[in-house]
Design a protein around this ligand. Structure first.
Ligand SMILES: Nc1ncnc2c1ncn2[C@@H]1O[C@H](COP(=O)(O)OP(=O)(O)OP(=O)(O)O)[C@@H](O)[C@H]1O
Ligand SMILES: [Mg+2]
Length: 408
């Protein structure tokens, strides 16, 4: 027969009773402290688990840089400040659009170097396309750029919409576009090659340009055509983002998108935008990642002449970027010996995040800027490996009428 414990327990004497009480207290204290230690352990484990999860979570849409009120520039309240030029004034500035003044050609038309009557050196873009798209790009460029002001964006000096003429007048950038330097052969007379420190600084300047568009403007502006030929370099190789003809106002809602026709440049367009037409600031982040890969590898975004599997830069680079052993082999050979391995790994990690196929996993431009700042700070002062006789696109302003224009 099984008996109840109380039945079998002998009745304790008084001295025995106080000893038993202190034993109970000891047991209770021991149990309570073990429970407390256990609770603490569980809390620590839970904290570690949550941290781990957060680290692997996509970038939450709500994290946005807090920008001081005075820095915020509402797109629709700042009046345009661009100067209006007559066609005649620009004819005069470019020596009647002389061929010697041509510094480049793009989708919009030819670009000329010119001098305004006050002596200011400018780049003048002449629309040479007919049709609605060209006119629309012209209007968007004037509308947006004349309201935006940042040291990281190319300044629009003015425009001309005289009769059928459509021209845009910008600050002249003596070192041309990043693209010209990345794919130069570096020989005499051609654009100089860029060293590691200069490339990092250009990456940071360009990131700041996009950060300004995404974070300092309400609603945000999506550039839509961010690429190495739209990053221009001043005389100190500081970079400015240019070409807003395809720019679009993004959704004012956090995490929202706008639906639009797919425009941009092959090799730079984010996959989700190409597939669905859904445009967000993260589409620009993808294009930025492609430019970062160009800076790292010295390879163009799409080159079908390369061996199979290497033609599309992102597909070739992505698996290598997070592999310590492979990442060194993918770096532009001309950067050999110029970087610390830990810096390279960090830049590669930023590029890998930016070109993630899923937009939510890409960082915000603010995150990119913050990751690049310390890298640029501790990298030795930037210097450019100059090629002798380099003169951007070999154009000189020798014409007498331009000289006289400058002095007027
Ligand atoms: N403000 C400027 N200062 C100096 N050079 C410039 C300036 N703007 C453009 N250029 C030169 O003109 C070239 C052509 O520029 P443009 O923006 O027309 O074409 P793109 O960027 O090559 O192509 P896309 O039309 O697709 O943007 C640039 O690569 C650059 O060398
Ligand atoms: Mg351009």
């Amino acid at each position: 027969m099984v008996r109840n414990a109380s039945e079998s327990a002998p009745v304790p004497a008084e001295g025995v009773n106080s000893t038993a009480n202190s034993a109970v207290v000891v047991v209770v204290v021991a149990v309570v402290s073990s429970l407390a230690v256990l609770a603490l352990l569980v809390a620590i484990l839970y904290y570690c688990y949550i941290r781990q999860k957060v680290r692997h979570k996509p970038y939450p849409a709500k994290i946005r840089k807090r920008i001081p009120e005075q820095e915020l520039r509402m797109v629709n309240i700042i009046p345009p400040e661009a100067q209006v030029f007559t066609y005649k004034q620009l004819q005069f500035a470019t020596n009647n659009f002389s061929r010697v003044n041509v510094i480049g050609h793009g989708g919009f038309g030819s670009v000329y170097r010119g001098v305004l009557t006050d002596g200011r050196l400018v780049a003048i873009k002449q629309l040479d396309r007919e049709g609605k798209q060209g006119d629309r790009e012209f209007r968007v460029e004037v509308d947006m750029l004349s309201r935006l002001h940042s040291p990281y964006l190319l300044e629009l000096v003015g425009y001309c919409a005289d009769k059928d003429h459509r021209l845009l007048v910008y600050d002249y950038m003596p070192n041309g576009s990043l693209q010209e330097h990345l794919y130069s052969d570096g020989i005499s007379g051609n654009p100089p090659l860029l060293d590691w420190a200069t490339r990092l600084r250009i990456a940071l300047d360009a990131a700041r340009g996009l950060e300004y568009l995404h974070e300092c403007v309400t609603p945000p502006i999506i550039h839509r055509d961010f690429k190495s030929s739209n990053i221009l370099l001043d005389d100190n190789f500081h970079a400015k983002v240019s070409d807003f003809g395809l720019a679009k106002l993004g959704s004012a809602e956090i995490g929202g998108h706008v639906s639009t026709r797919v425009l941009g440049t092959y090799g730079y367009v984010a996959p989700e935008y190409a597939l669905t037409g859904h445009l967000t600031t993260k589409s620009d982040v993808y294009s930025y990642g492609v430019v970062l890969l160009e800076l790292l590898t010295g390879r163009v975004p799409v080159d079908m002449k390369r061996p199979p599997g290497q033609g599309v830069l992102v597909s070739w680079a992505l698996p290598r970027l997070t592999d310590r052993n492979k990442v060194k082999d993918m770096v532009d050979p001309m950067l050999e010996g110029q970087f610390a391995m830990k810096d390279l790994i960090q830049v590669a990690a930023i590029a890998a995040m930016c070109v993630q196929p899923a937009a939510d996993y890409r960082p915000f431009m603010t995150d990119v800027v913050q990751s690049l700042v310390p890298l640029v700070k501790h990298t030795s002062s930037a210097k450019v490996i100059m090629t002798p006789d380099f003169n951007h696109n070999i154009v000189t302003l020798k014409s007498s009428s331009i000289d006289s224009g400058a002095s007027n």
